[in-house]
Design a protein around this ligand. Sequence first.
Ligand code: NAD
Length: 688
Amino acid sequence: MIRNSDISGAMTIQLEETLNQLPQMPEFVEGIRRAPSRSFTLSPKETELALKNALRYIPEKWHPKLAPEFLDELLTTGRIYGYRFRPDGNIISKPVDQYNGNCIEGKAFQVMIDNNLDFDIALYPYELVTYGETGQVCQNWMQYRLIKLYLEKMTRCQTLVVESGHPLGLFESASEAPRVIITNALMVGCFDNHENWHRAAALGVANYGQMTAGGWMYIGPQGIVHGTYTTILNAGRLKLNIADDDDLRGCLFVSSGLGGMSGAQGKAVEIAKGVGIIAEVDYSRIQTRYNQGWIRKIVDDAAEAFSLAKEYQQKKETLAIAFYGNIVDLLEYAVRKNIKIDLLSDQTSCHAAYEGGYCPQGLTFEERTELLRTDHAKFEEYVNRSLRRHYELIKSMVDKGVFFFDYGNSFLKAVFDAGVKEICKNGKDSTDGFIFPSYVEDIMGPVLFDYGYGPFRWVCLSGKKEDLVKTDKAAMACIDPKARFQDKDNYIWIKDAEEHKLVVGTQARILYQDATGRTNIALKFNEMVREGEIGPVMLGRDHHDTGGTDSPFRETSNIKDGSNIMADMSTQCFAGNAARGMSLVALHNGGGVGIGNAINGGFGLVLDGSERVDSIIRRAIPWDVMGGVARRCWARNENSIETSIKYNVERKGLDHITLPFIANEELIENLVSEAFKKDYLKQKFSIT
Ligand SMILES: NC(=O)c1ccc[n+]([C@@H]2O[C@H](COP(=O)([O-])OP(=O)(O)OC[C@H]3O[C@@H](n4cnc5c(N)ncnc54)[C@H](O)[C@@H]3O)[C@@H](O)[C@H]2O)c1
């Protein structure tokens, strides 16, 4: 029989806070947002299991004290967060050299983790939720402490393995191998659904990493501003006949959500020079964006919101307005008064609609939180009813010429789940997609991802603003604004980035770039580190990228060869990045569209100025991007074919992408229609 004393004796790394005395329960600072209850649904046996699971981090002598405490958390919040183990006060990332560690990567990832939990950045900092309603750094505070301990101990010859937030351990690897490998919520196919996920999360065995939260690469809403700016600008170019060198002056963009990612909308519309009204039910989130200067007016009356918008549209001046209220109420007014909206979208957290991500019409934000806690079934009813009304309003506007697009928040899927079958192209299920466009399928996919342009980002680990300023300038010098209109947009973005005051938390920057741009910038930064011009830098990207994510209704929605339901690309991207020596690799289930709807991965690469890192950049960065372009090319996406042809020439002898031969449409159509006319086919497949 194994004794707990044997177990303790066999671990040289364990929570120091449990050795002599337990930490005090931290104070919950007033005004800091708290996650709603995730609903307790476990059976008695499962509840026992959840408690035993959480107590695995704790020596037996503390079990009588902590078991009731954990049970209370589970019953009231639906999860065991281990609040007692949360460090007191705010968690703020420090300059990298102030962390303990045996290698720069071990210290650098502590900077990233802390930045993801900062009160100013995280959505629900006490519940380890960084953004996207449910996206967590890890599941509980015991894991947080243990991960940090492992990062302190880790050497250049070891790899830390993190499975759904749980640090499985340190294992010997090689100096050229990743220092951290993370997976989140990867569920076995037949169990890969919301119900099983909910149970697994309550049991403490599954973490929802969203995209960058569970990969520790979130950099605050700035990470999204650039993508949102590009999306709405290109939506205007596509649908409002705006020229490639023009902006959104005089146009009205209406959407909802001022949360983690959606909070970027106000700022993005101002950078694109348009007028935006963003509905938000939670006043605290409006306040956050207002204090940041990302929202310039707050109104709680729909008539006032639209009249203010009209005034600024007419003046051709830009303005970001927050409407404090429900988006459905705002749209009710617009439809009733026949108000012209140019671009319409939605960024409520519909990927988790029934977990509180979507506040139904008829409930205030506070009532929504209360109903979630007291009567989940009734809450679902409210959500469904509201989504159906929301859809009717959008439909009537689209019929009058408004351009509505899904913003990758699973809105269309949520409407379908609420019982609206007509939202599907085939009128019965989502196999053939939805009747409204989605921002990747129609905008970002063809304009950006197919060329390899994606959300490249970096963090100056010194925490110094001057380092960020230097990197901005260096990155700008690497871009040729005359190459493509996308390059011009990116050039303008980085030129004005500092002026837009986008930094929240650590000194970070996002800059959409293609494979060549990313590689050149990375090499330049590493050289600057080597020459002592700047401190070390963490490179990364959003998982929402050319090759990082397989998501049929989002990142891979413009892949039309039938392979959009496959997850090979993101898995290969993850494995390939590990093989080429990225410092951290991560692979997650879910992301912005919810469990079972996507597989997504990303990386972190610490630039320490070494030649070793130069060679990792040269082999890993092009792969990270071009793996995605190659797959899009194989799906016959024209812009990707063009990009791959060029790549094959430039990288002759090093890389080689398989290119697709294009079948003659007429030949195929005629052949198939002839075949379907023949009796034997009719009989064989019972086609009537
Ligand atoms: N911005 C992007 O580039 C991007 C990309 C892909 C996906 N998304 C998706 O967008 C969604 C939002 O992300 P987030 O990080 O901002 O989430 P979040 O949960 O932090 O913010 C959503 C906000 O919507 C508000 N809200 C909910 N229902 C509302 C309603 N009916 N009316 C008005 N406001 C309402 C909430 O109060 C919350 O502040 C997620 O599903 C995410 O996956 C965003």
